[in-house]
Write a protein that binds this ligand. Structure first.
Ligand SMILES: [Zn+2]
Length: 254
């Protein structure tokens, strides 16, 4: 054991918050390794979100469909999803003293304000039942969404790549949604049996309105329908049924 050597690539960045760039010690830096401007790295040990490059073939397909790149997430998103996407940092979710991993083993990231709501729901659930939320997925890259679509298409509820709120960092899937439901709803999420038909594990923000369909709400026997939802439902116009599938009613314009 002589002395420890720190490889050049792992040199510590300066502690100053103001500095976004690593020191360039006189070496030329290729343009593709230059860091994009952004917040200073958090203290070590905290997972940092790294956008995953979207394969060229997928990029072409997205461009053809009119989907555009959301730089913070590195994902191409449909206009509908992008319009609802909060331009906030993607941050890791820590529950019960550990950073949560998704079913693929990746750290679960969400937009900052979505994480805040999730942690509020987790705290309330823990206070009531001494249990934590069990998360199976948060943010997904375009590539992962495409993989899941290929696997699950026709077997379960899954959006095409670029069209999922998971790709925006605005949605989370829970495996213990039944016991978590009321706490998620109270924290401001829409999901469970208040949410997307046949996707009861899925909770998201700004994806659909709570005041969507009374038939769906009446299936919710786990918790009384909150008063604000009942008020919302009264404002909703006719609900459209389509081939047994529930679609969202539209609020009539005055
Ligand atoms: Zn989901």
């Amino acid at each position: 054991m002589a002395h420890e050597r720190v490889p050049a690539a792992q040199e510590q960045p300066p502690a100053s918050d103001a500095s976004h760039q690593p020191p360039n010690l006189g070496r030329p830096i290729a343009p593709d390794v230059l860091e994009a401007p952004g917040p200073a790295p958090p203290p070590s040990g905290v997972p940092v979100f790294q956008p995953e490059p979207t394969p060229a073939a997928m990029q072409e397909e997205f461009a053809r469909k009119g989907f555009t790149l959301d730089a913070p997430s590195g994902n191409y998103l449909s206009p509908r999803v992008l319009a609802k996407t909060r331009q906030e940092d993607l941050v890791p979710v820590e529950i019960g003293g550990a950073y949560v991993k998704d079913l693929r083993g990746g750290t679960v990231f969400l937009r900052e304000s979505i994480r805040a709501r999730l942690l509020a729901a987790d705290q309330a659930l823990f206070k009531k039942a001494q249990k934590h939320l069990v998360i199976t997925y948060g943010f997904r890259s375009n590539t992962l969404q495409q993989e899941l679509f290929n696997q699950l298409h026709g077997k379960g509820k899954v959006a095409q790549a670029g069209e999922s709120f998971h790709e925006a960092g605005m949605a989370v899937d829970l495996s213990n949604w039944r016991e978590a439901q009321r706490f998620m709803i109270e924290a401001g999420f829409v999901g469970g049996c208040y949410g997307i038909e046949e996707d009861l594990v899925h909770y998201s923000i700004d994806e659909i309105t709570k005041a969507s369909n009374m038939d769906v709400f009446t299936r919710c026997t786990l918790k009384e329908i909150p008063e604000d939802i009942v008020k919302g439902v009264k404002k909703v116009g006719k609900v459209v049924g389509k081939a047994g599938k529930v679609t969202i009613g539209k609020i009539k314009k005055k």
